[in-house]
Design a protein around this ligand. Sequence first.
Ligand SMILES: C[S@@+](CC[C@H](N)C(=O)[O-])C[C@H]1O[C@@H](n2cnc3c(N)ncnc32)[C@H](O)[C@@H]1O
Length: 472
Amino acid sequence: MTELDLQLKNDFENLPEDFWDFKKATTRDLTHGLHYYPATMVYPISQNILKIVQEHTEINSLMDPFMGSGTVIVEGMLGGIHELYGTDLNPLAVLMSKVKTTKLSEQQIAYIQNDHKNLLITLSEKINKVADEFDNYIQTDLKLDITAKAEWGNSADKYIKQYFENKNKTFNFQSFTNLGFWFTPRVIILLQTIKNAIKKIDDLCIKDFLLIAFSETVRTVSNTRNSEFKLFRMRPDKVATFRPDVFEEYFKILDRNISKMQDFVSACKSNSQLHINFDDTRILNTIPDDSIDLVITSPPYGDSRTTVAYGQFSRLSLQWLDLDYTTQQDVINIDKNLLGGKPYIHKEQWSFLGSNTLVDTLERISDKDPFRADDVFSFYVDLDKCLYSITKKMKTKSYQFWVVGNRTVKLEKLFTDKIIAEMAVKYGLTHLFSFGRNILNKVMPSLNSPTNEKGLRVKTMTTETVVVLKKE
Ligand SMILES: C[S@@+](CC[C@H](N)C(=O)[O-])C[C@H]1O[C@@H](n2cnc3c(N)ncnc32)[C@H](O)[C@@H]1O
């Protein structure tokens, strides 16, 4: 270890035991609070890692290769880092991170508060009437059950087209599979009106800022149960009587976001170069080799298809947003494309990753369920690819801070912190030290049944470990 390594180790290891728990920290200050996202990093973690490292060495470039909602990138801006790199394979995460890190000017904010809002207020009365008439047509004239999966649930687009054609009117709307299952007739008309108004705006920064408020509105006025990150529809009796005030919801979110953006603009004095991209961390095409001084990141836990479903969380928003760089099919497949999304079936390769801890655990899982073991292995194969590509982008003598959780599969704990440290050796990385933290208010289930046996519940992650690696 060099003098600097020792100083860092000393600083991190001599903090009070509960320092990293951030019991009283709010997580939604400044632009951190612009949009919800699953498994976000509590921002004081990256803020403090950055502060401590900056006390000892100059950091010019910071990367979060699993940037999610952009927490680390926002903190990098506030910390005055010159070059910031963020990547994610979820298009909603990319949009969110861009918006959270794009400072709006007073004129841009005034445009939103006056021109944009006034336009919608003017439209509101007329369009609410249209939405009610359409709802009447569906429920009273056609007598369709808006809670059923058939007819309205899976053919809403047919009825919308038919209604407006009969009236000799055109109404451009976003169509996607099961539109009516997730949205009631009036909500579709009102959401589409807001989206059409946003689409007409030329200023891309304003447009994206509004799209983020629109995206959150989509969730709150959809038929999903909003207390969950996964897609679960409300009970039919709830759907039947659900009449959200869509414009009101949108204005509420927009006003909150404007105030958070104003706070961010006041707090952030630096002008960082931002490189926020849709990219696969297994590849990282968008980042130059040997260019990064510091990584702070929290990778997915490896259960994107089940517990923390980033794709499911983002699906309705992305289907409505219809962003240029994604197709509707990509949106459906997000969880499959993330780390561990596709299973491998090559038992003989378990040891190739260089982690004995992983091999031992896979053997124990395999005794209980061989398919599950392959599933778990596929996640670590992917994670290993990320270790390689991330390290390639790093300068020599640079540090990587990995915030990881150790989940349980088939009652076997997967020590991802140890596995990462062991796999990293073959890429010329040294494991310097690790430190732990308690998770106090993460929005995720703290209990589940990994064996799918009723009544048998084990604790999942309530602690996280920060693994510190160095490129030699
Ligand atoms: C734990 S979350 C990161 C949360 C982030 N720290 C925040 O505060 O919002 C992990 C992220 O990794 C992304 N991800 C998973 N597999 C990926 C891959 N192969 N390439 C890029 N991003 C990926 C997911 O979309 C998700 O946003």
